[in-house]
Design a protein around this ligand. Sequence first.
Ligand SMILES: Cc1ncc(COP(=O)(O)O)c(C=O)c1O
Length: 439
Amino acid sequence: MANTPQNTMDAYWMPFTANRQFKKTPRIMKAAKGMYYTSDDDRQILDGTAGLWCCNAGHSRSEITQAVSHQIEQLDYAPSFQMSHPLPFELANRLVALAPEGINKVFYTNSGSESVDTALKIAVAYHRIRGEASRTRFVGREKGYHGVGFGGISVGGLVNNRKMFGPLLPGADHLPHTLNIDLNAFSRGLPEHGVELAQALESIVGLHDASTIAAVIVEPLQGSAGVILPAKGYLQALRDICDKYGILLIFDEVITGFGRIGNCFAAEEFGVTPDIITTAKGLTNGAVPMGAVFVSDKIHDTFMAGPEEMIEFFHGYTYSGHPVACAAALASLDIYKKDNLFEKAHSLGQYFEDGAHRLAELEHVQDVRNYGLVAAIDLKSRDGAPGARAFEVFTECYKRGVLIRVTGDIIALSPPLIIEHSHIDELFGTLAEVIQATA
Ligand SMILES: Cc1ncc(COP(=O)(O)O)c(C=O)c1O
């Protein structure tokens, strides 16, 4: 590897990485602009994943660079408890204008994981303030990914993220996941089969009683587990059951927020309004860490009931509403609006979908799933070596100048929303060649 000698790599314990394998054959980016990274050996790498589902407006946007550097000079930091500065207020107003009706409050965090843990705490505290302190249980979903805090892995449903970490939060149940390749393989958009899976929530309520359940949390479209879509009508069915029993519904839109599948939020795209929406990633175009939890007026106003001099919610972060993060978010929102990026998943969706489904005929491909500017190519696993085939495709694509993401044997694609037809051709063209060449 050109510029990063192996002996300088030892100290960094990398996240979600096979550290020893990586350090033998590293993949290092040294620059990025628009749709492309530059690798340390000076190759252009097409970004098929918007970084980690976050650089929705493409890389190194000068508007964000300028806003961030101006802000750091103007005001690097202001305390966030009992003090503030103008930008988080301005940003919150801009954000709630994008949110579904009735969701008009924003609480800031620094990441998706923090957004999820914040949302779970809001849900439990909300019920307690209303006199229903017994509502402490959460319902997540199998294969769900809600970050890596103890709350997030408790409601999450990816076994490797859970099994090493002890008993987790007490009282977390899981709905069945909605992946059904037998019935829904090669669906375009939302699949037909599986609305009845929402009824599992009735069973969980029957088992524990509604009076013990605070909230249901789901990703409207499961990203990290390999792009798993809800069947038509499924999210509305969850909403209806939550309403029937006074259970809050949380949509984790850390991936789907900010234009990934059309509209700003999946809630709007799918026409189902939750009580809380968790976000991060695209909020600042991935340029500065930041998350935001969107909360309904009903929940927020419940907290505002005690004496005015009392802190209403004993929760927050040193960097909640950080000036530099707010500047990055405001500049990102300007770009999203100026470039109409929340419409791209609609205007480019069909071309992207056709590109993805052209891979359906290749050997080893057992499913292709897509919605907006997200797609998964699901490969059959090699006997006794789950994940090996897709990892080989990933490394070979990287050699040929295309960045994809793999989870097990599923290839997930989520390019920046500035993608054009030529990039889509390059992405699926390279993938087709590599899948074909992979045994
Ligand atoms: C749905 C969802 N929630 C939460 C997270 C965690 O976000 P972070 O890595 O910023 O903590 C992710 C990250 O991919 C995510 O996809």
